[in-house]
Unconditional design. Structure first.
Ligand SMILES: NC(=O)C1=CN([C@@H]2O[C@H](COP(=O)(O)OP(=O)(O)OC[C@H]3O[C@@H](n4cnc5c(N)ncnc54)[C@H](O)[C@@H]3O)[C@@H](O)[C@H]2O)C=CC1
Ligand SMILES: O=C(O)C(=O)Cc1ccc(O)cc1
Length: 306
């Protein structure tokens, strides 16, 4: 494949940026990849693992002369990083982010960026419960969706170039408006994470997780919950703080359905339970028949970051 951006700056060198760096290097999508992270240890590991060509101590230095700047830090930190890099951005540069929430990023980052810089937020729907520089792998985005959320009036040529870039990383792209993005992600990602966190918490309250009983006898469902509930606390705290409206809306609907099922169990309404489960099974089968079932490639990698 050929070069899409001459110089790419990766701000934050964790799972997502690390995976992007490895895939870019594998396919020659950039002439130079510059990375930065707050800790010297992360920067050293990034160079050792070949996530980027060189590292800088500050984000301001990393973006000097960059054609594409990728903000890959927790959503709550995006605004501060944007403020730091703004005076150092090259005219005509594209700034993107990979945050899990988009309204908060548009509002937190957009106002800091100078005239002549293009801002096109994106969100790869791919990840694992691991974080930090060791967690990245080049295949992460293969056959996964990447949502493109351009602000009104964004430059069409630059949106298309960024789409081509994500496609070169292996992803399918789809454009979405910001409110729709935050609502869809609340349904398919944010609330499922909250449910997993809660379920593991409940099991732990029963004092069975800690003595390994639940893990030992658990079937795949609970194991999946424990995997998801091992996700990075900083990242997920920021997701819920910044996607408050959509997550509360979906949580409200979720609890209503849950109460209906609770009532069906209490009253012994087998028909209601059977019909509900038949309906949800059809949804799953529909997803598989449409070829939209994309299992994450490998959850066994990487290390947790403090
Ligand atoms: N982990 C996942 O499954 C996915 C994460 N995302 C989004 O991608 C972004 C990055 O996530 P990951 O790569 O998973 O995280 P990570 O924890 O693996 O890496 C984050 C990086 O940001 C740095 N960082 C943390 N706080 C910072 C701050 N206040 N200022 C500057 N740097 C800071 C960390 O040191 C690290 O280098 C997040 O916004 C997240 O919502 C998007 C899709 C999937
Ligand atoms: O690990 C999982 O199951 C995920 O759901 C990964 C994920 C986490 C956060 C995102 O914003 C997108 C994808």
């Amino acid at each position: 494949m050929s070069v899409i951006y001459d110089r790419v700056a990766l701000i934050g060198l964790g799972l997502i940026a690390g995976s992007m760096g490895l895939a870019m290097r594998r396919d020659g999508l950039a002439r130079e990849i510059v990375g930065t992270a707050r800790s010297a240890e992360t920067r050293d590991v990034a160079v050792e693992l070949g996530l980027c060509d060189r590292v800088t101590e500050t984000a301001a230095e990393a973006v000097e002369g960059a054609d594409l700047v990728v903000l890959a830090v927790p959503v709550g930190a995006m605004g501060r990083v944007a403020q730091e890099i703004a005076p150092h951005l090259k005219r005509g540069a594209v700034v993107t982010d990979v945050g899990s929430v988009k309204r908060a990023v548009l509002e937190g980052v957009g106002p800091h960026l100078p005239e002549g810089v293009h801002f096109v937020p994106t969100h790869p729907m791919a990840g694992t419960e691991h974080s930090g520089p060791h967690a990245g792998f080049a295949e992460l985005f293969q056959n996964r969706w990447c949502l493109i959320v351009p602000p009104e009036g964004a430059d069409e040529t630059e949106i298309a170039r960024l789409e081509r870039f994500w496609q070169a990383l292996g992803a399918h792209t789809e454009r979405m408006d910001v409110e729709h993005h935050d609502l869809v992600c609340a349904v398919v990602s944010h609330i499922p994470h909250l449910i997993a966190y809660t379920m593991v918490g409940v099991a732990d309250d029963l004092r069975r997780v800690s003595d390994q009983e639940v893990i030992k006898f658990s079937a795949a469902g609970f194991r999946d919950f424990t995997r998801i509930a091992a996700s990075d606390p900083t990242m997920w705290r920021d997701v819920f703080l910044t996607n408050k409206e959509a997550t509360l809306e979906i949580l409200g609907r979720f609890t209503e359905e849950l109460f209906a099922l609770q009532r069906a169990i209490r009253t012994g309404d087998g028909d209601q339970l059977f019909d509900y489960f038949t309906h949800t099974r059809a949804i799953r089968r529909g997803i598989i028949e449409a070829g939209q079932d994309t299992e994450a490639p490998d959850f066994g990698r990487g290390t947790k970051q403090k």
